[in-house]
Design a protein around this ligand. Structure first.
Ligand code: DAH
Length: 336
C-alpha cells in the first residue's frame, strides 16, 4: 500500500503542467471523483488496523501535494494570461510614472518673479505686443533721432512718411505698458507688466530677436531712489538667495532720471562674470507729463528686467537659443 502511495506521489511530482489542458488532465487523473487519490482512499477499508494511521497520513500528504500543485499551476497560468493581455497582477502596486510634460524654464522663472512681486504688493498688468511710436518711444521721452528708433534695432510693421500716421512696431521693450497704465489709472500705481519684446538683432548665444521682460512701475507721493534700490535688492535675494552677489551701476535711459542698472555675479566652470539683469530709475518728469500725471505731486520708480537672462542665471543655461528651440531633451530637464 505504502509503495502504491509513493508511486502516486512520484507521478504527481513528475506531471508537467504547462497549459490549461495539462491542468485539466492533472485534475482528472488525480483530483476528480474517479481520480487516483479518491481510488486510493477507497482502499482504506482494506488496510490492516495497525497500519491505518501511517497509511492515512501518507494518503493525506499526497492529497495535499496534488491540491497544492494544482492550485499553484492554476495561479501561474492565470498570471501568464493576464500578462499577455496587459492586465494588472496587483492593483495596489504604484503605477509606473508617465511623462506629463513640464513648464518651460521661462514660464517657471516668470512665475517665480510674479510671486516675488505679488508678495511685495505689486499687481500684474499687460499691454499689446504691436505698439505705435507714441507708446513705444515718444511718450517715453525718446528724442526723434534716438538710435533705438533705428531700423537696425526695431522691427517696423508700418513705417509711414505721413506725419498723421504713426509708425507701428513690434514693441522693443515692455516700457510702453507703463504709458498705457498711467493713461488709464491715476496714481498710486504699483504694477509689474510681463511680456514678450522684439529687437532686430543677430541671433547669438547671448542675443535673440525676441525675448521677455518684466516691467515694473511704482508711482505715488514721495517715492524715492532708496525704495527703488531696496526693492531691487530684495528681488535679487528672493530670486537667487540671500547670499547673491550683486552691484548697482549708474546708467542712462531716456525715460528715467537718474538711471541705474543691476548686475548679478554669475559663476561657472570657466570662471565668473557680472551679468546685467535689469535697467531701472526714477520716472523722468517728461514721461509723467506725456500722460498728464503731475510731476510736482507724484514721483515714481520703474524697472525693466530681462526674464531670459534671469532664467539663464537661475538655471545655469549658457545659450539663449535653447530657450526658443523647444528641444525636448533640453526642456525635460526642467520638470519641477
Ligand atoms: N526698457 C529698458 C530696456 O528695454 C529697460 C528699462 C530700463 C526699463 C529702465 C525701465 C527702466 O522701466 O526704468 O532696455
Amino acid at each position: 500500500m505504502i509503495d502504491n502511495i509513493e508511486k502516486i506521489k512520484k507521478e504527481i511530482q513528475d506531471f508537467n503542467i504547462s497549459n490549461e489542458d495539462d491542468l485539466e488532465a492533472f485534475r482528472l487523473e488525480f483530483l476528480s471523483r474517479n481520480g487516483k487519490i479518491q481510488s486510493m482512499f477507497a482502499l482504506m477499508g482494506k488496510v490492516p488496523k495497525e497500519q491505518k494511521a501511517e497509511v492515512g497520513k501518507a494518503m493525506n500528504g499526497v492529497k495535499v501535494l496534488a491540491q497544492q500543485k494544482f492550485d499553484d499551476a492554476q495561479l501561474e497560468l492565470k498570471k501568464a494570461t493576464r500578462k499577455e493581455f496587459g492586465a494588472l497582477d496587483d492593483i495596489t502596486l504604484p503605477v509606473e510614472p508617465t511623462y506629463a510634460g513640464s513648464f518651460h524654464p521661462l514660464t517657471q522663472a516668470l512665475d517665480e518673479m510674479k510671486q516675488i512681486f505679488l508678495r511685495l504688493g505689486f499687481n500684474i498688468a499687460d499691454g499689446p505686443e504691436l505698439e505705435n511710436d507714441f507708446h513705444n518711444f515718444t511718450a517715453l521721452n525718446f528724442p526723434p533721432d534716438h538710435p533705438a528708433r533705428d531700423m537696425q534695432d526695431t522691427f517696423f510693421v508700418r513705417k509711414s512718411d505721413d506725419q498723421n500716421e504713426q509708425d507701428l512696431v513690434l514693441r522693443t521693450h515692455t516700457s510702453p505698458v507703463q504709458i498705457r497704465l498711467m493713461k488709464n489709472q491715476q496714481p498710486p500705481l504699483r504694477s509689474i507688466m510681463p511680456g514678450r519684446v522684439y529687437r532686430n538683432e543677430a541671433v547669438t548665444a547671448k542675443s535673440y530677436f525676441q525675448f521677455n521682460q518684466v516691467e515694473g512701475l511704482y508711482v505715488d507721493k514721495n517715492v524715492n531712489m532708496g525704495e527703488l534700490i531696496e526693492t531691487l535688492v530684495m528681488f535679487a535675494k528672493l530670486m537667487y538667495g540671500s547670499d547673491v552677489k550683486y552691484r548697482v551701476r549708474p546708467s542712462y535711459f531716456p525715460f528715467t532720471e537718474p538711471s541705474i542698472e543691476m548686475d548679478v555675479w554669475w559663476e561657472n566652470e570657466k570662471g565668473g562674470q557680472w551679468l546685467e539683469i535689469l535697467g531701472a530709475g526714477m520716472v523722468d518728469p517728461n514721461v509723467f507729463e506725456s500722460v498728464n500725471v503731475d510731476p510736482e505731486i507724484y514721483t515714481g520708480f520703474a524697472f525693466g528686467m530681462g526674464v531670459d537672462r534671469i532664467a539663464m542665471l537661475r538655471y545655469g543655461i549658457d545659450d539663449i537659443r535653447l530657450l526658443y528651440e523647444n528641444d525636448i531633451r533640453f526642456l525635460e530637464q526642467f520638470k519641477s
